[in-house]
Design a protein around this ligand. Structure first.
Ligand code: MSP
Length: 644
């Protein structure tokens, strides 16, 4: 029987660029909670999606030479792929460019205008394009945007405003009377003391400076401010309509929890509740502001080559290992950090050693001592009773941890059960029992207890590692996977033949993998620098290029230069005569490797003397990485041929 409805949402992601692993953390976190609630018997509706309007997107699309819709279609597709790749079980993926959403947002805006909660005025201030926000002089930090540090420009706009001030008292009371509304506690204090109590100013909720937004129906110069558009997703996704909502809306709203990052708690606990109050709709029960995931101590950036994307991580470690890492490593209130070292460490210790070994050893022993089928579980020693109690004690710990959004504690409780089970193996020493036929019943019981503990662990792992949970249940040949089946011990059937003992996680050689990764990061940094250089290089006309005379030439001799270790002295045949070229490639090539090869020569370069050698040209080579240069060899072209 259902325990009732549970509506949970993530923030909707901006479709400006492909999200990195930090952005993807939220969907995994929310998915784990949704899965756990379903396991507990709730009728869960889990919503995620994309936030697709705004000036930034309009400008980005323009720079790419495509329409905003083409741009957001591409990125929304990538975001959805990431959610699917991470095996998340969202029930609805909303895009703010969906028709039903746009229509509902227009109606919401009109309703608020008609009832006087939105009014027309004008706005003058410093405008930050990336944040799409106006700031007053005093809010600026060193003359720049206080949120993102970008340059701001002075702008004046005719605009519509939402009367936040009218609802200030009501909001304050709601927060005071509902202590769990803003979570964790520290965020609540921050909102009340820093934002609400000092006084709310009415919010500018329309823009005329760009077009890529939902138009105001009764004043088409204006598009609706992105936050009004974006926040409404939580109700439009369910079919909210000011003229009459769907059954789904009536069933699931209000949200049980909005899961959002710490940076946008303000929007969710001030603007959003006030919008809902003005609409006469109930407020969400809770907003959980989670901390951020950072990369080591370093910020992730493309130019450093260290941006980590979810799909790259899952390709390397597997989906469940990535989910496990994110959920077990992230603290509940302070920022967490991701590093390849800690991913590998956790993978080896928790997944390969603790969990993998437990399943592997148990299944292998059942196959070895009983041909795969246990015969009975009739004995019960004190050691067994305490073992069973310990295994059953994990679930209440998990439940409390989920209620408090301390997901890492819930993970720890399950891994604790796996550790406890490994200890039980050491305590009962099945290999010693197996030596004497008289211990057969005892041995069968011990292994049965282990299978049952493994089954309970597998079911408890479902929210974190759904595929691994399935693989474990398949290996021990159990189908009992309900919440009720893990409340007490003994639901694994006897006499089910277990499968082959196949390792769930193979140990990773940390040194090998880390050096591979380091090489890749370097290559990516070079690629990013090259891309930036290409984008920034000044354009030349064809007449400039025509001044450079490029010829295929053959290297007929090559020798080191005693006085200059970096140089090689080449003799090249340019189709007409031999000439000398000094080239700084000694680090990458030995003279013998070059003799007989054809290269591209800049033949009309003014001669220059390098370490006593008169160089009469230059050969072309490519910078492959910071420390890797490759000469461009050409085959099958006669010396002297012009390259153009
Ligand atoms: N579009 C807005 C949200 C509108 S909700 C009505 C937005 N989008 S976002 O793409 O920038 O962020 C999406 C979510 O990811 C936010 O909750 C944000 O806090 C979160 N994160 C962004 N970077 C993050 C990390 N490095 N770590 C964890 N979460 C991060 O804000």
């Amino acid at each position: 029987m259902s325990k009732g409805k549970y509506y949970i949402t993530t923030a909707i992601a901006y479709t400006s660029k492909k999200p990195h692993i930090g952005n993807s953390y939220e969907i995994v976190l929310t998915d784990a909670i949704a899965r756990f609630k379903r396991l507990q018997g709730y009728d869960v509706f889990f919503c995620t999606g994309t936030d697709e309007h705004g000036q930034k997107i309009e400008e980005q699309a323009k720079a790419e030479g495509i329409t905003p819709k083409q741009h957001v279609d591409k990125i929304a597709g990538e975001i959805k792929d990431i959610c699917d790749n991470l095996n998340t079980t969202y029930d609805h993926f909303i895009r703010t460019t969906d028709d039903y959403h746009e229509n509902a947002v227009q109606k919401i805006f009109k309703k608020l205008y008609e009832q006087g909660d939105i009014y027309k005025s004008s706005y003058e201030g410093h405008y930050c394009v990336p944040c799409e926000s106006f700031f007053t002089e005093s809010q600026l930090k060193d003359g720049k945007c206080p949120d993102c540090g970008s340059e701001v420009k002075l702008a004046k706009e005719e605009a519509y405003f939402l009367k936040l001030s009218k609802y200030q008292k009501q909001l304050e009371e709601h927060i005071e009377n509902n202590p769990d509304f803003i979570y964790p506690e520290s965020r609540k204090k921050e909102m009340l003391n820093n934002f609400i109590k000092p006084g709310l100013q009415d919010l500018c909720v329309s823009r005329t400076s760009f077009k890529w937004g939902i138009p105001v129906t009764f004043d088409d110069k204006h598009v609706i401010y992105v936050w009004i558009d974006a926040l409404s997703n939580y109700i439009t996704a369910l079919g909210y309509d000011p003229d009459g909502s769907t059954e789904k809306y009536n069933k699931y709203w209000p949200a049980d929890v909005h899961i959002v990052g710490k940076d946008i708690i303000r929007f969710h606990t001030i603007y959003w509740p006030i919008m809902l109050m003005a609409l006469g709709e109930p407020l969400p029960k809770q907003v959980y502001g989670h901390p951020w995931l950072l990369f080591g101590t370093d910020k992730m950036s493309k130019s450093k080559g260290n941006v980590i994307y979810a799909d790259e991580l899952t390709a390397r470690f597997g989906v469940d290992a990535v989910r496990y890492y994110l959920l077990s490593e992230m603290p509940h209130a302070t920022d967490g950090s991701i590093s390849y070292e800690t991913i590998i460490e956790r993978y080896n210790s928790d997944l390969a050693n603790t969990l993998g070994n437990l399943v592997n050893r148990t299944v292998a022993m059942i196959n070895k001592y009983f041909g795969g089928t246990l015969t009975n579980n009739t004995t019960c020693d004190e050691i067994d009773t305490s073992f069973k109690e310990d295994i059953l004690s994990a679930l209440p710990v998990m439940e409390k941890a989920f209620d408090d959004f301390r997901i890492a504690d819930a993970v720890e409780a399950v891994i604790g059960s796996a550790k406890r089970s490994n200890k039980y193996i050491d305590e009962t020493a099945p290999w010693a029992l197996a030596k004497d036929e008289a211990n057969k019943d005892r041995l069968s019981t011990v292994l049965y207890n282990l299978v049952e503990a493994i089954r309970i662990i597998a079911v408890e792992l479902t929210p974190f590692m759904p595929d691994t949970a399935k693989a474990i249940l398949t290996q021990i040949n159990c189908t009992a996977d309900t919440y009720d089946s893990i409340l007490s011990f003994g639901h694994a059937p006897l006499c089910n033949k277990v499968g082959e003992a196949t390792p769930l996680f193979n140990r990773i050689d940390a040194a090998v993998m880390l050096s591979e990764i380091e090489k890749e990061i370097k290559e990516k940094a070079v690629a990013a620098q090259n891309a930036a250089e290409i984008a920034g290089v000044a354009k030349i006309g064809i007449e400039d290029f025509a001044k450079v005379d490029l010829r295929v030439a053959e290297i007929v001799n090559c020798e080191p230069v005693k006085k200059a270790k970096k140089l090689l002295k080449l003799t090249v045949f340019d189709g007409n005569s031999n000439r000398t070229v000094a080239s700084g490639i000694a680090k990458w090539y030995k003279p013998d490797e070059l003799i007989g090869k054809k290269i591209i020569l800049v033949s009309n370069l003014k001669p220059a003397v390098l370490c006593g050698i008169e160089s009469q040209g230059m050969i072309l080579a490519a910078d492959c990485s910071e420390d890797d240069v490759k000469v461009i060899f050409v085959d099958g072209i006669p010396a002297g041929a012009k390259v153009r």
